[in-house]
Design a protein around this ligand. Structure first.
Ligand SMILES: NC(=O)C1=CN([C@@H]2O[C@H](COP(=O)(O)OP(=O)(O)OC[C@H]3O[C@@H](n4cnc5c(N)ncnc54)[C@H](OP(=O)(O)O)[C@@H]3O)[C@@H](O)[C@H]2O)C=CC1
Ligand SMILES: O=C(O)C1=N[C@H](C(=O)O)C[C@H](O)C1
Length: 263
């Protein structure tokens, strides 16, 4: 059995991931973490009446009392790096979905994990369809270098652009020479009208109630266009990727950025 902690267990993703762990025959939920939980509480859900899992407010208390193999993190960008580093330092392999890491933070986590031979994973998107969308976009950019990314999310999202949009842009930039798109004389009449700039390609972030997680990658060529689109209609779409991450990360001795590197 793989012993798992879920940080952010009351959130939209954390609560879904907690139930996935409890339903999985190879995983054992050993603790959950949330700074605003009640002291000495036990995790409770009517659908899992026999579960007695402790709730912790502080990660320092959690590691004193509980032994775990994997730390699933779906929290907020402001704490995700600190959590991931803390998990590695306590030899708990992190499986992180929380977005907002800087390149420098990812590089530093990779170096720490390698030096200490611990596995870890950050996946900006755990949905298999989203991973394929990014890979297809990377392939298309080899032939169609004019590209704009439109990501669309629910209006409670804290970060923009999304981790998925940034990862998509990074993957495209690996195969596409930096190119400033559009008319060199263009002027924004309203600041931000042309979106964010990543090595000359534009990223646009839409936030609306009713949405979950969606992205379009639009390519333009001579007399033609190509649109690659992915939609997560339900947070269940991310769970097979999280489960795969939990299973694989315990055998790794390095830190991986992107689920595509585990498939
Ligand atoms: N990689 C992927 O496939 C996916 C990634 N995400 C990412 O996951 C993250 C969470 O998203 P979502 O579930 O929608 O967000 P929510 O706001 O629903 O949940 C975040 C949770 O984190 C909790 N939290 C805040 N600070 C801490 C802390 N210090 N320790 C433990 N828990 C904490 C919050 O608790 P409280 O409210 O009590 O402060 C809240 O319950 C985001 O970064 C999002 O981009 C989302 C979907 C898929
Ligand atoms: O906040 C979300 O909801 C999501 N966040 C991730 C991101 O920033 O890409 C993954 C997915 O898009 C859902």
């Amino acid at each position: 059995m793989i012993k798992v902690i879920v940080a952010g267990y009351q959130g939209k993703m954390g609560s879904t991931a907690t139930k996935m762990v409890l339903s999985h025959t190879e995983f054992e939920l050993v603790a959950v973490l949330d700074p605003h939980a009640e002291i000495n509480a036990l995790w409770e859900d009517a659908a899992f009446p026999d579960v007695n899992v402790p709730v912790f407010k502080k990660k320092e208390d959690l590691v004193k009392k509980v032994q775990a193999d994997v730390w699933i993190d779906f929290t907020i960008p402001a704490v995700a790096y600190e959590h991931t580093r803390f998990a590695l330092e306590h030899k708990i392999a992190p499986v992180v979905g929380t977005t907002g890491f800087t390149d420098a933070q990812v590089t530093e986590l990779k170096a720490y994990a390698k030096a200490h031979k611990i596995g870890g994973l950050i996946a900006p998107n755990f949905a298999i369809g989203a991973v394929l969308m990014m890979q297809f976009a990377q392939k298309a950019a080899q032939y169609l270098p004019d590209v704009e990314i439109i990501e669309l999310h629910h209006d409670q999202k804290l970060d923009a652009p999304s981790g998925t949009a940034l990862k998509t842009a990074e993957m495209i930039a690996e195969v596409r020479a930096t190119k400033k798109q559009g008319n060199s004389a263009e002027k924004e009449l309203l600041p931000g009208a042309r979106g964010a700039d990543y090595e000359g390609m534009k990223i646009h972030s839409v936030r609306l109630p009713g949405l979950i997680a969606h992205q379009q990658v639009l390519f333009g060529g001579t007399g033609e266009g190509l649109t690659i689109r992915h939609d997560s209609y339900d947070r269940a779409s991310f769970m097979s990727g999280v489960a795969l991450g939990v299973k694989k990360v315990v055998a790794l001795e390095e830190f991986i950025y992107g689920l595509e590197n585990l498939l």
